[in-house]
Each structure stands twice: as structure tokens, then as C-alpha cells.
Design a protein around this ligand. Structure first.
Ligand SMILES: NC(=O)c1ccc[n+]([C@@H]2O[C@H](COP(=O)([O-])OP(=O)(O)OC[C@H]3O[C@@H](n4cnc5c(N)ncnc54)[C@H](OP(=O)(O)O)[C@@H]3O)[C@@H](O)[C@H]2O)c1
Length: 299
């Protein structure tokens, strides 16, 4: 079966697509025939640097990807037999970019409602957005500034902030202003240069991870709290902290329910076929963010 493997730290072009043996069903496992998986910046960071993230995914070779959607094709005798033929979102730290995945942890398998497509489920990026929302909810700051607001995580966060009463100042690049307006017509986006002077205290949620951008913002805002999901440290900035998404099965169930209820919308750019995994990663890395890029076995 086709499997996308990382065998080195040479970056995207170091990936290989290999023919590997199909996993064997175990009593505690289910086999999932994969349909579609997301591409994210974490992928190409891990492919070039063993210490790129807090995640312990540096042992090679490894099958890339952590989550994806597909259909259960076999169920072990200790698992719920009703799972057979169900479409599911599967989380598997051992990798998901392979035709068939063995999933042995019931907490990492989520049956999908009929109105949630495989692509919508695979594109789900809500955990990190939720982590940022927690930081906002715990902050007493008067203003909310979000860098990289047009990113998948930024737009998902903004959906979660629909009831927020404090003013929100999305920051995007000039090239992404029109796209942002199409996604969030009720909010005005600013570039870093045209952000107005803010009064009161501010929390900055950083989704970009550029120290010069944050340094510039910190100089213009009144000692903002800065919460980054990208920069792991910034010793020159006061009130800075890095936050990391902790996997939580109940959160996944909740986010999938909000997708089914129409309270959360998946943000999808385009789907590449599995043979073009490298092209998909290059496209996601080298173009402005216009939704999650996906890779599919059936595209
Ligand atoms: N801490 C955690 O738990 C965690 C978990 C998941 C992901 N992450 C990180 O979160 C970040 C965002 O992920 P995502 O999937 O939402 O990515 P994404 O959709 O690709 O968005 C990336 C954003 O960064 C902006 N950007 C990139 N280079 C820039 C530059 N030089 N100047 C200004 N803006 C720039 C992009 O703006 P344009 O679109 O205008 O180019 C876009 O808004 C990634 O770095 C990822 O590794 C962290």
C-alpha cells in the first residue's frame, strides 16, 4: 500500500512514497481506509528539524501526518462492531499518510455525522484555536490583536470569538486583506503598518512567529501580553509566552459536533492526490494561506 515516509531531515523534497505492507488487524484495533489528510506548517517544520516543535516525532523513519479521515474496513473482536463501514476522523501519532491505518486507541477515533464530509473533518484545526481562545478568555486586556488572522487557525479562532465583546484587531499581510474580508466581512483587517493607535491594555495572539513583527507591535502597544503558538521563546519581549495545543479527545468530539451543528465551518483550499504530497506541501508553504490544503487517496 502507498505510504508517505520521512526518512531524513532534508525537508519536503526528502519525503518518499513507498510501497509498504498493509497493517494486520488486532483484537483491539480497527483498520481505517484513509481518504484525506491535512497539510500543515508543522509537517514541513518536522521534516527539516528534529527540534522544530514540542512534539516527539523525531524518530525516523516515520509515516507523516497525525490526523485524517477515512472509512473503517475491519474491526477487531474487542472493539465496537458497529464501527464497520463508518466514516471516521482518526488521530494516529504513528502516522496517517498511508492507504490503511491501524487504530488501537478508541479515544483517537471519531465517527462522523452524515453532514460532516471527510475533507471537513480532516481540515479541523480547532485545538490550537481553542488554546488561544482560552488565553483570551483568561485575559483582562481591553483589546485583542491577532497576527496572521487569515491563517486557518486564525479564522477558526475568529469563528470561536463570535460572541466576544472586546474590539478585535486582525493583522494580515497586504496580500491577504481581500481574502480576509471575504471570510470575515464584519471585521476590518489591518496590516502591521496601518494598525490604529489603541488605548487601554492589549493581548496579542501571535500565529505568524516573526520576532520583528512582535517587537514592532510591542513598541507601539502599551506593554501587551503576547501569546504565541509559533515562537517557542522571545527573551527580548516582556509578558511573552508560548502555548502549545494539548491533545484532548473530548475537545475533538465537541469540535466535530460543532461542525455537524454548523457552528464551525472548515476552511479548505484545495485537495492534491497522494502522489503529489510534496507538491501539496510546497504549495501550502509557498502561497498565502487560503484555507487548509489537503491530500487525498481518492482525489
Ligand atoms: N503551538 C501549537 O500548538 C501549534 C499547533 C499547530 C500549528 N502551530 C503553528 O501555527 C502556525 C499557523 O498554522 P496554520 O495552519 O494556521 O498556518 P497557515 O494557515 O499556513 O497560516 C500562516 C499565517 O502566517 C502568515 N505569515 C507567514 N509568513 C509571514 C510573514 N513573513 N509576515 C507576515 N505574515 C506571515 C500567513 O500570512 P499570508 O497568508 O498572508 O502569507 C498566514 O496568515 C504555524 O506556524 C504552525 O506551525 C502551532
Amino acid at each position: 500500500m502507498k505510504t508517505v515516509l520521512q526518512t531524513n531531515f532534508n525537508g519536503i523534497d526528502g519525503l518518499s512514497i513507498e510501497d509498504t505492507a498493509k497493517p494486520t488487524l488486532t483484537d483491539n484495533g480497527v483498520l481505517v481506509k484513509m481518504a484525506v489528510m491535512p497539510v500543515s506548517p508543522t509537517d514541513w517544520k518536522l521534516e527539516s528539524d528534529a527540534h522544530a516543535t514540542n512534539e516527539d516525532l523525531a524518530t525516523l523513519p516515520r509515516v507523516i501526518g497525525i490526523q485524517g479521515a477515512g472509512t473503517v474496513i475491519a474491526v477487531g473482536k474487542n472493539r465496537d462492531q458497529a464501527l464497520l463501514n463508518r466514516r471516521v476522523l482518526v488521530v494516529n501519532p504513528a502516522g496517517v499518510y498511508q492507504e490503511v491505518v491501524l487504530s488501537e486507541n478508541p479515544d483517537w477515533l471519531y465517527p462522523l455525522a452524515a453532514n460532516v464530509s471527510n475533507a471537513d473533518a480532516a481540515a479541523l484545526s480547532a485545538g490550537t484555536s481553542w488554546t488561544l481562545k482560552q488565553a483570551i478568555d483568561h485575559s483582562h486586556a481591553d483589546n485583542i490583536v491577532i497576527t496572521g488572522a487569515n491563517s486557518v487557525i486564525g479564522l477558526t479562532l475568529l469563528q470561536m470569538l463570535a460572541d466576544e465583546h472586546r474590539p478585535i484587531y486582525p493583522i494580515v499581510t497586504e496580500a491577504s486583506k481581500t481574502y480576509f474580508a471575504s471570510q470575515m466581512p464584519h471585521l476590518t483587517a489591518y496590516t502591521n503598518a496601518d494598525l490604529p493607535t489603541l488605548t487601554g491594555t492589549t493581548i496579542v495572539l501571535d500565529i505568524v512567529g516573526k520576532l520583528d513583527l512582535l517587537t514592532d507591535l510591542a513598541a507601539r502597544l502599551n506593554q501587551p501580553e503576547i501569546v504565541s503558538i509559533v515562537l517557542m521563546q522571545a527573551p527580548t519581549l516582556a509578558n511573552f509566552k508560548f502555548v502549545h495545543d494539548e491533545f484532548n479527545a473530548d475537545h475533538y468530539r465537541y469540535f466535530l459536533q460543532t461542525l455537524a451543528d454548523g457552528k464551525l465551518t472548515a476552511i479548505i483550499n484545495k485537495i492534491f492526490p497522494i502522489d503529489q504530497t510534496k507538491e501539496a506541501q510546497h504549495f501550502a508553504k509557498e502561497t498565502h494561506s487560503r484555507g487548509r490544503v489537503l491530500v487525498g487517496f481518492t482525489a
